[in-house]
Design a protein around this ligand. Structure first.
Ligand SMILES: [Zn+2]
Length: 318
């Protein structure tokens, strides 16, 4: 999640907007090198609010959009409130094998109840994202705290996964290597440059390249995503169109060398979380940019990042 401070309304109510219609802005053009194969989105905040209105028609339309883009599976983060959990259960039941549900905490440290939910409920494939990049470090909450090490063992024993957003690499190495049976998924720009240090010797560590982190600028060392700094569909699409080539150039320069060096360790995702980001035109543009970016990798690497690395990790017997 890029900016946790805003209270958000996510996902399926948005589909209503699509149903109602509205003028379509100019669609971002794909280039000829686009990756055309299947995708697994390994980072989507599908239910982050208590305003979700479960509506079968909306869900069906959302799944149609997923199918149109060959999104085979979504790793989705859900909060532990009743509406989020009801929706997560509904989606998992209605669309088997299309979702891998994770339980996201409202505070940096999972409560006992949240931990038990993840460990004991088959609905959840894992816990996260755990946002160590937020207020956690100032509260002395670090990924190698003893409580977390115990949690890692329990998750590994239950064949669950963990998704983290680290603040930095200082207290990370011990966490990642504590229990090599636990699969760590991570994202965020804070640790990207030091990924080789984290990846070498820790085969259990994987990193999602979210499109949210491809479209935007670094300002004072911090990445400002277009998905976070624009206020809605029209502003986003127009800014994306205007800066498309520049974003693509930056994305390739930042990620390509790392991804080509570690082709088995990178995954693709979106990091969508605000309601308007699930609008079909916005979604089309985001997936279009993603496919163009992936098309700049070698075909074998693109397929791994887009799909097969995630498919392997998310296999039920992993
Ligand atoms: Zn995050």
């Amino acid at each position: 999640m890029i900016n946790p401070k805003i209270i958000i309304n996510i996902l399926f109510a948005t589909i209503l907007t699509i149903l109602v219609g509205g003028c379509s802005p100019e669609i971002v053009q794909n280039n000829k090198k686009s990756y055309e194969g299947p995708l697994i989105d390994t980072h989507m905040h599908i239910s982050m609010t208590d305003h979700i209105n479960i509506n079968e028609q909306n869900h069906a339309l959302f799944m149609k959009i997923m199918d149109k883009h060959q999104i085979k599976k979504i790793l989705g983060f859900n909060l532990a409130n009743k509406k989020s959990l009801d929706m997560a259960s509904y989606l998992a039941q209605e669309y088997p094998n299309r979702f891998e549900m994770f339980l996201q905490m409202t505070s940096p440290e999972p409560s006992k109840k949240e931990m038990e939910m993840v460990l004991n409920q088959s609905l959840f494939r894992g816990i996260g994202e755990l946002s160590f990049n937020r207020d956690a470090s100032t509260q002395d909450i670090h990924p190698d705290n003893v409580e977390f090490l115990k949690l890692y063992d329990k998750l590994a024993d239950s064949k669950k996964l963990i998704y983290i957003h680290p603040a930095n690499t200082k207290r990370l190495q011990k966490a990642l290597s504590h229990n090599k049976k636990l699969i760590f998924l991570m994202h965020g720009t804070e640790t990207l440059n030091e990924f080789p240090k984290l990846a070498d010797g820790n085969e259990n560590v994987h990193y999602t390249i979210d499109t949210a982190y491809l479209i935007g600028h670094y300002t004072n060392g911090r990445f400002e995503s277009l998905l976070n700094v624009t206020s809605g569909k029209q502003e986003f699409l127009s800014a994306l169109n205007k800066n498309y080539a520049q974003f693509m150039e930056g994305a390739i320069a930042t990620y390509k060398p790392l991804v080509e060096k570690y082709p088995d360790r990178f995954l693709w995702g979106t990091d969508l979380w605000l309601e308007w980001q699930f609008d079909e035109d916005v979604y089309d543009a985001i997936v279009g940019f993603s496919r163009d970016f992936l098309g700049n990798l070698s075909p074998e690497t693109a397929e791994k990042v887009a799909y097969s690395n995630a498919e392997k990790i998310l296999k039920k017997d992993s």
